[in-house]
Design a protein around this ligand. Structure first.
Ligand SMILES: [Zn+2]
Length: 296
């Protein structure tokens, strides 16, 4: 196989592994390390948005996007997103993208989901380029391949089932990424129960689950939680009262007498929740009440 194609495929495989390991919050430091190829490391990102490592001769490899302020600003159309051309001073990069698209090769989209310091990215790989709008200076990207492969469906996948499925997954991923970013910021990156402050270990938990109509991904339906307390909350072993106290349902525990269960769960019973300073960001008591009803 031609070496450029081999390198491109190695990069795509590496990016898919990063997604598996970090979910939708890959730290920039991981991207900056590059990817391994035949015993050496090749760069994955550069100072500009469109990047081509020097080892590649066929054209650009990655497209780095900046942070959208909210889900509404994502300019998402189904499973397709628009990406801005490189500026006119770097027109050769846009020409490179067109060459890659014409040869049917894929690129990698790195979508920023958390600002500095320590920015985080959602990784989409492989991404196909569907079209170029020279007037609007935007390239249209399809995220469908990245979704299909993430779900274990080999690409190319039969339409239209997979297209609808990919749309749903892309939207859910982006919604979830914004929800997590906003919720963790509001709670200053702490679990609201145990105050664990390790961002990679924190989730944005839904108060009312997202399978119900009230289960919207907004801050007032969210709680920052560590994985243990998130799972306990989802299973209604742990609840949060309307006056923001932790309630642990000892009767739902199989080993309530054990030290670990006491330390990790029962000791928090009756304690006040760690809350956002701003009242408008705190959980909606109505939703907390609904969650308790559901748990009954
Ligand atoms: Zn916790």
């Amino acid at each position: 196989m031609e070496e450029s194609l081999e390198i491109r495929e190695a990069a795509i495989r590496h990016c898919r592994q990063l997604s598996l390991r970090w979910g939708d919050a890959v730290p920039y430091a991981e991207l900056a390390r590059g990817f391994p190829y035949k015993g050496a490391w090749i760069k994955l990102v550069g100072p500009q948005g469109v990047f081509k490592p020097k080892e590649l001769t066929d054209g650009p490899l990655t497209l780095l996007s900046t942070l959208a302020s909210s889900y509404e600003d994502e300019h998402l159309e189904g499973d397709e997103v628009l990406y801005d051309y490189a500026p006119r001073t770097r027109e050769h990069e846009n020409d490179g993208l067109k060459r890659i698209a014409a040869s049917g090769r894929k690129v990698i989209l790195l979508k920023q989901v958390k600002a500095k310091p320590r920015p985080e990215y959602m990784v989409f790989a492989p991404v196909a380029m569907l079209g170029f709008d020279d007037a609007a200076r935007k390239v249209q990207l399809s995220l469908i391949g990245a979704q299909a492969e993430a779900a274990g469906i080999p690409a190319p996948v039969p339409a239209p089932f997979s297209k609808a499925y990919a749309e749903t997954v892309v939207k859910a991923r982006l919604h979830q990424a914004h929800f997590r970013r906003q919720t963790l910021a509001a709670y200053q990156e702490r679990c609201c129960v145990c105050e664990l402050r390790e961002r990679p270990l924190l989730d944005a938990a839904h108060i009312v689950p997202d399978r119900l109509p009230e289960g919207v991904p907004t801050i007032r339906n969210g709680l920052a939680m560590c994985p243990t307390h998130h799972r306990a909350y989802d299973q209604a072993i742990l609840l949060v009262t309307e006056d923001y106290r932790v309630e642990v349902r000892g009767d739902r525990l199989a080993h309530g007498e054990s030290d670990a269960t006491r330390r990790m769960l029962l000791d928090f019973h009756g304690r006040a929740l760690w809350l956002p300073k701003e009242e408008a960001l705190r959980p909606d008591p109505e939703l907390l009440r609904k969650k308790i009803e559901l748990a009954a």
